[in-house]
Design a protein around this ligand. Structure first.
Ligand code: AMP
Length: 277
């Protein structure tokens, strides 16, 4: 396994890398969800292709300085996990290897990012699109894999690829969950034992609500179930069209019930599909 910590070093390694090149962008602090995406990448690349994993806690996608500072960075164990899975190249740049101090160009998405995480985290998806475009350009990857857990991110990356004619195939991987249903997240390790015990209610609240038929019934049931715990504060709870990600007042097409909550300073997201009657 080769490790690069600058764009120049990465390009040098990848000059002779056999195709296809499959990229898994991450911020590290691996859990089983990340590992599943890497295994998927290994299978897609085949034994002869190249699997690239980037580990970069991207400062420009954080809207809260405290969240960026507290983000876990267990690089040694992350690299060991990449080695075990059979990743070929790991890219681990520092922030100053990715961004000039006077950088002035970025990617902006202006429709799918209007609601959900885009509304509550100003600038987040511009930061995500900018870093992902840079990673596509630095690696020249043929395929890149993203988790369905971050479904707004996945939709926005697909839109960026479509609108900017990027020659990269986007593949998604299913959400990996703890046995109690909590979606795996690098932020789960920051929950107190009491918050961790409470957190699976989030998923259950969504699943119990999605079949209730009307937008009002779904939203009020999920809200009541989530607010039943004094440990959480809802950041948003929104029912959106599955394709446009705009809030809906009637369920005529596939939709998504999406939630973000705070446990103290820790923000968790989850979502569930809603089918039209
Ligand atoms: P992150 O390190 O949080 O930026 O995530 C890196 C990639 O892993 C993204 O494509 C995420 O959507 C994906 N991911 C995060 N959590 C999960 C999960 N529980 N199951 C599957 N994929 C995930």
């Amino acid at each position: 396994m080769q490790i690069a910590d600058t764009g120049t070093a990465l390009r040098e390694i990848l000059k002779s890398a056999p195709r296809p090149c499959v990229l898994v962008p991450t911020m590290g602090a691996f859990h089983a969800g990340h590992l599943a995406l890497m295994q998927q990448a290994r299978a897609l690349a085949g034994p002869g292709g190249t699997v690239i994993v980037s580990i970069f806690v991207n400062p420009i996608q954080f809207d809260r300085a405290a969240d960026l500072a507290a983000y876990p960075r267990p690089l040694t164990s992350d690299l060991a996990a990449c080695g075990e899975i059979g990743v070929d190249v790991v890219f681990t740049p520092a922030a100053d290897a990715m961004y000039f101090p006077d950088r002035s160009v970025s990617v902006t998405e202006s429709l799918l990012s209007r609601h959900l995480c885009g509304a509550s985290r100003p600038g987040h998806f511009d930061g995500v699109c900018t870093v992902v475009l840079k990673l596509f350009l630095l690696t020249g990857c043929d395929t890149s894999i993203f988790g369905e857990k971050d479904f707004q991110q996945l939709a926005i990356i697909r839109r960026m690829v479509r609108d900017l004619d990027l020659p990269v195939e986007i593949v998604s991987g299913p959400t990996v969950r703890e046995p109690d249903g909590l979606a795996m997240s690098s932020r789960n390790s920051r929950l107190t034992p009491q918050q961790r015990q409470d957190a699976p209610r989030l998923r259950q609240a969504l699943l119990d609500a999605v079949s209730l038929g009307s937008v009002e019934a779904i939203l009020s049931s999920a809200r009541a179930a989530i607010e039943a715990s004094p440990l959480t504060r809802i950041d948003y709870l929104t029912l959106v069209d599955a394709e446009t990600l705009q809030p809906i007042s009637e369920i005529l097409r596939p939709a998504v019930l999406a939630v973000a909550v705070f446990y103290g300073e820790v923000r968790l997201i989850d979502h569930a599909s809603v089918a039209p009657a």
